[in-house]
Design a protein around this ligand. Structure first.
Ligand code: MCA
Ligand code: AMP
Length: 508
């Protein structure tokens, strides 16, 4: 029996001396070298007693070894659970505990802070550092560089990605081999990836965009990647002439456009720029085309569904839209109250069905049933409409979510912490426009009247348990929150009131 995901992404490259990764320091890694490390890691995981279906959580820096850990999990049939490096020990503790991960791999610098997490959850703890050193690769170095790939079925789990919820509790989205493989296959075809492509990769590899879209597509097409540790404008500009494609969140594009060195000459060899994870302003789309002559291809996806829609490769890439449903993906716009389909042109909730749609939330059957209908349609929580030409427009969200620089922030999680703070009666966290991150969280607090809230102390206190990117950029005091007649907080009124807190200073 085969392992469809491993065979398609990695197995096909066994023994190949073609370059897979161009690292920032100029070192090139061939597929054969990459797969030798992968096999050693797979042997080491097996020696640690971790087998098919077990979860391995990893909070590690982006490196070729981190990518080999992903590949090793796929090869050994282990469920890979990557974690944002910004998460605090409190956050990691929840993910490891909830997933029942048998092993937590972290950066050596975090081993002391995460030691108690491992003890509490019963997970083993190993380290893998940004430079590829650490206890895990040290032990793996003594392992064989070949591994008998563990057979898997298409609907076996390949990965868990945690996504926050409106209740403030994160949910583990269970992604199968076929969810990942079918989506990568469609994207390779739709975006015309070949082994001649070189992708400029500056995204983190703990989310769908950087791992399952960018990396899986390149592996499947036999393309190589310029693998940068993170987004850095200077490095992007230095590497761009060697690349043919780039994928990024809108912040990548606005940051590049802010730099006068980013010119049409610099992008002359590029054939494709893809944007997603957050709305790309039509203004950015137009500015990009004026500067470079390239039209950014915007697509739309979710952790639970991988990619759902894409603007066309050939044909008009329409600014402010996310294009058409991908082949194999059904998309409908429904009335949130009844679930019935709405005619084209009307605004409603976006629902999708297809091989890309996840299996459900780990050990949360009620949550799964709320969002994943029995007929297979997933309720995305995004509001959209389909125009007369069939292009999908995302016009808003039916879920209380803030997207900052491509990272999702669920207000509830912050509100629950704020409400616990001394002097706070209640709070509302809203997303307001931000010139660099698109949106950023702001906390609006109603004092309890007994003790005056100390905003600096509150910031410091909630900061201990929240990842840096979730920290409200401002805390404001108000006498009361606006509510409708049902008593529901009117966040849109707050967003209007505070919408220009971070407005860019007028030019000239
Ligand atoms: C870093 N910081 C942030 C963010 N990133 N704050 C808010 N939002 C962020 N996204 C904090 C840092 O901790 C630091 O805090 C301060 O901002 C300045 O850091 P800076 O160096 O400017 O940031 P950076 O390291 O350059 O990161 C910005 C970034 C990065 C390049 C936009 O966030 C990024 O790579 N985002 C991509 C996220 C992504 O891949 N999303 C895909 C999710 P301080 O200085 O105070 O310590 S997958 C998905 O959404 C779906 C499925 C889809 O459709 O793709
Ligand atoms: P995630 O938790 O990373 O799965 O976030 C998925 C959410 O990101 C979607 O439900 C959308 O709200 C948003 N998103 C992704 N791509 C786009 C896009 N191109 N335009 C607007 N929103 C997007």
């Amino acid at each position: 029996m085969a392992n469809p995901l491993f065979d398609a992404l990695f197995g096909r490259h066994q023994g190949s001396d073609a370059v897979f990764l161009h690292l920032a320091d100029g070192v090139q890694i061939t597929h054969a070298q990459f797969l030798a490390t992968t096999a050693r890691f797979a042997n080491q995981l097996t020696d640690l007693g971790i087998g098919p279906g077990d979860r391995v959580a990893a909070q590690i820096a982006k490196s070729r070894q981190a990518l080999s850990l992903y590949a090793a999990c796929v090869q050994a049939g282990i469920v890979f659970l990557p974690l944002n490096t910004a998460y605090t020990a409190d956050e990691v503790s929840y993910f490891v505990g909830n997933s029942g991960a048998k092993l937590l791999i972290c950066d050596g610098k975090d081993a002391e802070a995460l030691g108690p997490v491992a003890t509490e959850t019963g997970a083993a703890l190993e380290s893998l550092n940004a430079d590829g050193s650490g206890s895990f690769p040290y032990k793996a170095a003594y392992q064989r560089d070949s591994f008998d790939t563990v057979p898997r079925r298409c609907d076996d789990l390949a990965a868990f990605l945690y996504t926050s919820g409106t209740t403030g509790r994160s949910k583990g989205a269970m992604l199968t081999q076929d969810n990942l493989l079918s989506n990568a296959e469609v994207l390779v075809r739709e975006w015309r990836f070949t082994d001649a492509d070189v992708l400029l990769h500056a995204l983190p590899i703990f989310h769908t965009h950087g791992l399952f879209v960018a990396t899986n597509v390149c592996l499947l097409a036999g393309a190589s990647m310029i693998f940068l540790p993170k987004f850095d404008t200077d490095a992007m500009i230095a590497q761009m002439p060697k690349a043919t494609t780039m994928m990024g969140v809108p912040t990548f594009y606005t940051r590049l456009l802010d730099d006068p060195r980013f010119t049409s000459e610099l992008t002359r060899h590029m054939r494709l720029f893809v944007s997603g994870s957050a709305p790309l302003l039509a203004e950015t789309h137009v500015q990009f085309e004026n500067r470079t002559g390239h039209r950014i291809l915007e697509r739309y996806g979710m952790t639970e569904t991988n990619m759902n829609t894409s603007n066309p490769y050939d044909g008009e890439r329409r600014a402010g839209t996310v294009g058409f449903p991908l082949p194999g993906v059904e998309l409908k716009i429904t009335d949130p109250a009844t679930g019935n389909s709405l005619p084209d042109g009307e605004i409603g909730q976006i629902e999708v069905r297809g091989p890309n749609v996840f299996k459900g939330y780990w050990q949360m059957p009620e949550k799964t049933a709320e969002e994943l209908r029995s007929d297979g349609f997933f309720i995305t929580g995004d509001l959209g409409q389909i125009d007369a030409d069939g292009y999908v427009h995302i016009v808003g969200r039916n879920k209380d979510l803030i997207i900052s620089g491509g990272y999702n922030i669920y207000p509830k999680e912050i509100e629950l912490l704020l409400d616990e703070e001394p002097g706070v009666l209640e709070s509302a966290v809203i997303g307001v426009p931000h010139p660099d991150f698109g949106e950023t969280p702001v906390g609006v607090i109603v004092p309890d009247g007994a003790t005056a809230p100390d905003l600096d102390a509150i910031k410091a206190s909630i900061g201990k348990s929240l990842a840096r990117f979730k920290h409200p950029q401002k805390l404001l005091l108000v006498e009361e929150l606006p509510r409708n007649t049902m008593g529901k907080v009117q966040k849109n009124q707050l967003r209007e009131r505070y919408g220009d807190l971070f407005a860019k200073a007028p030019q000239g």
